[in-house]
Design a protein around this ligand. Structure first.
Ligand code: FE
Length: 231
C-alpha cells in the first residue's frame, strides 16, 4: 500500500481543546469533518495516547479552533510536538475561554461539540459529536495539512527549537517525570511508541513522528530523530 497516497486526502489543521478535573488539555489534529446536518455532527479522530482524548472521554465534550494559514508557527509546535502530559500547553499561548473551554484567539471559527458516539481502534479513537455552538467565524484561509508538509513545518521546527532552548532545566525534569505516567487505556494493547534511545523520552506529540521535520530534536536530551526507535 502506498501510504503517501493517503496524503491526497484534504485535511485542515485544528486545535482540539478539552478539560477534566486536572485542567485543560489541547491537541493538534487533522482529522475533523462535518458528517451530518440533522443534527449537525462533526467527527474528530484522536490518537489513543493523547491526554486530550482522555479529557474528552471524561467530560464528553470538546472545542475546535480552526487554524488560519497565517497562524504563529509556535501554536503548531506547542500543540503538535509535545504532550499535555508533559506541559500545560494552554499556558504557553494566548487563549480565549468561552463557557469553560479554551480556544485559539486567531481561529477562523470556534466550535463546541458534545460526544454522542465513539469508535475505538488500535491507534485512534473516533468521536462523533453534536455541535452545540459555532461562533466567532472570520474571513481568512484555513491552514491545511498539505501546507504544513510543503514548507510550513520548517518554520514550526524553528519555533519549537527556540522554545525548547528557553525552557529551564527544572521544566525539563518535570517533563521527564510526567512522561512516565501510564497512558494506555485499561484492556487496550499498548501501542508502539517512538522512544529516544539515549534518554528514554517517549514522543507523544500529535503530529505523526514520521511527519516531524528532519531537524526536530528530542526535547529532553537534544539528539536527532535518527536516535529514536519504535518500541
Ligand atoms: Fe532524548
Amino acid at each position: 500500500m502506498q501510504e503517501n497516497a493517503l496524503f491526497a486526502i484534504t485535511n485542515g489543521l485544528y486545535v482540539l481543546s478539552a478539560k477534566d478535573g486536572a485542567g485543560f488539555a489541547g491537541s493538534l489534529v487533522d482529522a475533523v469533518s462535518q458528517v451530518a446536518v440533522t443534527p449537525y455532527l462533526v467527527m474528530v479522530s484522536c490518537m489513543n495516547t493523547s491526554r486530550t482524548k482522555e479529557c474528552i472521554e471524561a467530560s464528553g465534550e470538546f472545542g475546535i479552533s480552526v487554524l488560519p494559514k497565517d497562524i504563529d508557527p509556535f501554536v503548531i509546535a506547542n500543540f503538535g510536538y509535545q504532550s499535555s502530559r508533559d506541559v500545560q500547553k494552554w499556558n504557553n499561548v494566548a487563549k480565549v475561554e468561552i463557557d469553560g473551554l479554551p480556544y485559539v484567539p486567531e481561529a477562523l471559527a470556534k466550535i463546541r461539540a458534545r460526544v454522542v458516539n465513539k469508535l475505538v481502534y488500535a491507534s485512534n479513537t473516533v468521536f462523533i459529536a453534536e455541535v452545540v455552538d459555532a461562533f466567532d467565524s472570520r474571513p481568512g484561509e484555513p491552514l491545511t495539512y498539505k501546507c504544513y508538509r510543503d514548507g510550513f513545518k520548517e518554520q514550526v521546527a524553528v519555533a519549537f527549537n527556540a522554545y525548547k532552548a528557553g525552557r529551564s532545566a527544572g521544566q525539563a525534569a518535570c517533563a521527564a517525570v510526567a512522561k512516565t505516567a501510564p497512558s494506555a487505556a485499561a484492556g487496550q494493547p499498548a501501542a508502539k511508541r517512538w522512544t529516544c534511545t539515549l534518554c528514554g523520552y517517549v514522543y507523544e506529540g500529535d503530529i505523526p513522528f514520521e511527519e516531524l521535520p528532519d531537524d526536530w530534536r528530542c526535547p529532553l536530551c537534544g539528539v536527532g530523530k535518527e536516535m529514536f526507535e519504535l518500541q
